[in-house]
Design a protein around this ligand. Structure first.
Ligand code: ZN
Length: 117
């Protein structure tokens, strides 16, 4: 979608994210990149403790230029999750094709894994 071209890129997985979310755990605040929801489950990437991430949102895109820091499998998983979430908004008769594309991707990934084993 055109909207996502302007979204900042997640320094953890490299995919565009919609917003930064903060969670408090044991009294400490942590920052996550929010990528959207799949079946009401939010897709979040842990970025780090709050403080180091305040007012540095504009730096994220620069950090990403160092692609060795990107978790490529997290990019692939998040992309597949968002694809599945979008497929749910299609007419039900188109779900089968979307499911088959996801299954084909899973088979292709399995072949990649076989080459390593
Ligand atoms: Zn991410």
């Amino acid at each position: 979608m055109a909207e996502e071209k302007t979204l900042p890129l997640c320094p953890r997985c490299g995919a565009p994210y919609r917003s930064l979310e903060c969670k408090v755990v044991n009294g400490k605040m942590y920052v996550y990149a929010y990528h959207g929801k799949v079946r009401r489950k939010p897709i979040l990437c842990y970025l780090g403790p709050a403080g180091s991430y305040t007012h540095v949102e504009h730096i994220f895109a620069l950090d990403l230029r160092n692609l060795s820091d990107v978790d490529l499998l997290a990019v692939a998983y998040n992309a597949a999750s968002l694809y599945a979430a979008r497929a749910h908004r299609l007419p039900a008769e188109e779900w089968g094709e979307a499911a088959e594309r996801l299954r084909q991707l899973a088979r292709d990934i399995e072949m990649l894994a076989s080459d390593l084993a």
